[in-house]
Each structure stands twice: as C-alpha cells, then as structure tokens.
Design a protein around this ligand. Structure first.
Ligand code: ATP
Ligand code: MG
Length: 343
C-alpha cells in the first residue's frame, strides 16, 4: 500500500507466522544486486499476538536480524499478509484521477465489509478495456488496527516505515516475469495459504485461506497420536508419498490440501468468468511447498503446470551464493518482492 513513499535506501521485511525474513537490494544496472538477506525463526504464537510483550519480543528478533545481516539502512518496506486485508475488484468507466478517488470511496463502502473509518484504503487500476472504455480497479482495505500494530512493531524495532504493502503484491513482483501471460501464485506458509492471479505481471484476484503447514502438522499429530515435533518430522519425511508408512501421512494431509485445491479451482473459474482467460500455470512458494510430492500432487489434481517460484531469478548475486540462495528460494518470495519495489 502506498501510504507514504520517499526516495531512500530501504530493505524488505516479511513477518510470517513461523519466521521473519529480510532482503536488501541495490538498484541500478540491468537487475538489482543483493546487499543483505537473512531469516530468523519466531516462537509459535508471537506473530499474531497483540500483547505488548510479544510485540516487543518480535521487534527484538527483527532488530537482531538487521544487525546480524548488516543491512545498511533503517528504512523498511514491510508487508501485511493477504489474510489481514480485504480486496475487491470493481469495474468502472474511464474517469479522471480525482473522479476515481471519489468513486473508490463509494465502491469501498459497497464492497468492503468494514466501516470506512476503521480501514486504510488504497487502490490500483489493474486493467483497461479501450473497447468498452471500462477499467478494473483493485481496492485494498487494511484494518487500521492491523496497520497500527505493524507500525508499533517497527517503532519498537527502531525502524522507519518507508511503505506498507500486501504480501501477494510483493510476490507478484519477485516470482512472475512480465511475459508470463496468466498465472497463479500459490504461497503455502505456516498458518495461511495465499493465492493471487497475475496477468502480465499485474495482480488481480487474491484469496487467502486459513489452512497451511501448521494444520498439516496438527492433523498428523492427532490422527497418528504423535507429539507436534514428531508430527512435523513425519510431515517433512513422508509428505504425500502414498507408499510410505502405508500412506497414513498422505491420507491425513489430503483432505486439508483438497480444500486448498477446491479453492484454487474456484478462483481460476471465477477469474475466467469475470475477466476471461485461463490460468496456464501455478507458481509455488512458501515453506509448505517443500512437502514431499507436493508438486506432482497439485499437477495431477489440477491438471495444470506447477513450478517452484524462484525469487532470486531477477536479482544479481555472487556465483558462490547460488547454492544457499536456491536452497531457500521458497522462503524469500515476499521479502525479495518488497525489496524490489520502485520507491
Ligand atoms: N520440508 C518440509 N516439508 C513440509 N513442510 C515444511 C518443510 N519445511 C518447512 N515446512 C513447513 O512450512 C511452514 C512454514 O512456511 P513459511 O516459512 O512459508 O511460513 P510463514 O511465512 O512463516 O507463515 P505464514 O505465511 O503462514 O504467515 C511450516 O508449517 C513448516 O512446517
Ligand atoms: Mg509467509
């Protein structure tokens, strides 16, 4: 969200439910070059807590990570998760910027299920159709409480917020090339799964589901009578393999994943109906994308191409970094996208 914007150095910060990650890039040349990056795990529960002590602990983890990674600035671009914001795409006739600003207020009142005094509104024209002289505009509404909470954490961490965005917008920048015709980003994290349909680099439909890696672990723990650490190990080791452990882990994860698959199909169908065009590929991100056989499972269920996203594809870095960067490409989609932002 473009709440405020200046022209300074900054780094991108992704606060997930399981870890925080930061990336700093230097602009210039044909592609931005890597200055700093790193990740720190966060204790379960802290990421969504509103208690002052938890906000301070989270801020401390972030502060330590900035020191460890030696970022050269205190200016940060940080993301609100897709699950924290409401988005709506509305169709409007062509109009001037000032007319649009008024129309957005009205459309937000109609389409956003919160009182306008309680949200911060941003918008983006995502499509224009010269034939009908109509445009599609995405309205993003962030609850003021979520924005304030984020600004408080950044303040505790001693950071200056350069800009606040949403995670799907950041991933569209780092994981998709402008020549990709129509693709879906699928980020399966710890507590949420985010979907975003992106056409020629421009994001339109987004969707967030409260089911991801922690739900897989919880189900395995309950069904197989394991403690959470063991359940996590089983998940990472056996994943969706049907022939391991008599397919018990597979059978446990499958119904949860099928809810995600259903929602992907619904989103793709909704997009085709609203805007026309078929999603040709899914680009996968997030720690749970590592689940063994995830790609082949999604391919066979959805009958669509599925590939792993690589946020480092548009970044230049020393050759001896290749291995470590590629090994954690699932983790950095949001942080790289934030760092790539043109301020
Ligand atoms: N090899 C693996 N196999 C299966 N799952 C894995 C593997 N490695 C990590 N995970 C899972 O990935 C999840 C963390 O993913 P990620 O780091 O993308 O989440 P996050 O960004 O912190 O959370 P969120 O996006 O939900 O706020 C955890 O549930 C973890 O168990
Ligand atoms: Mg995440």
């Amino acid at each position: 969200m473009g709440l405020f914007t200046t022209d300074k150095d900054f780094f991108g910060l992704d606060i997930g439910n399981s870890a925080v990650r930061l990336v700093q890039l230097k602009k210039g040349g044909s592609r931005p070059s890597l200055v700093a990056y790193g990740k720190a795990n966060i204790p379960v529960g802290i990421a969504q807590s509103d208690s002052k002590i938890d906000l301070q602990n989270l801020a401390q983890i972030i502060k330590e990570l900035t020191i460890k990674t030696r970022v050269s600035t205190k200016n940060v671009v940080v993301a609100l998760p897709g699950s924290a914001v409401f988005t709506a795409v509305v169709k409007l006739p062509y109009m001037t910027q000032s007319e649009l600003a008024k129309a957005i207020q009205y459309q937000a009142e109609q389409n956003i299920p919160l009182k306008l005094k309680d949200v911060k509104i941003d918008w983006q024209v995502i499509k224009q159709d010269p034939a009908t002289k109509e445009m599609a505009v995405m309205i993003i509404a962030a609850p003021s409480g979520k924005v304030e909470r984020m600004l408080t954490i950044m303040d505790f961490a001693g950071l200056e917020v350069e800009s606040l965005e949403t995670s799907p917008i950041a991933m569209a920048r780092s994981l998709i090339s402008a020549t990709d015709p129509l693709v879906m980003i699928l980020d399966i994290g710890a507590t949420s799964t985010e979907m975003a349909i992106v056409e020629n680099g421009v994001i339109s439909h987004t969707r967030s589901l409260p089911a991801a890696g922690q739900a897989f672990t919880r189900a395995i723990s309950q069904n197989l009578g394991l403690d959470p650490e063991q359940a996590d190990q089983f998940k990472m080791r056996f994943g969706l393999s049907q022939d391991k452990l008599e397919g018990q882990v597979y059978k446990t994860i499958k119904p949860i994943l099928n809810n995600i698959v259903d929602e992907i199909e619904r989103s793709i169908a909704f997009y085709a109906e609203q805007f026309g065009g078929n999603v040709s590929k899914i680009v996968l991100s997030g720690g749970s994308a590592r689940l063994p056989e995830m790609i082949s499972y999604l391919k066979s269920e959805l009958k669509i191409e599925v590939q792993l996203g690589n946020p480092w594809a548009f970044v230049s870095y020393p050759a001896n970094f290749t291995e470590q960067l590629q090994s954690n490409s699932f983790d950095f989609g949001v942080a790289v996208g934030l760092a790539m932002r043109d301020n």
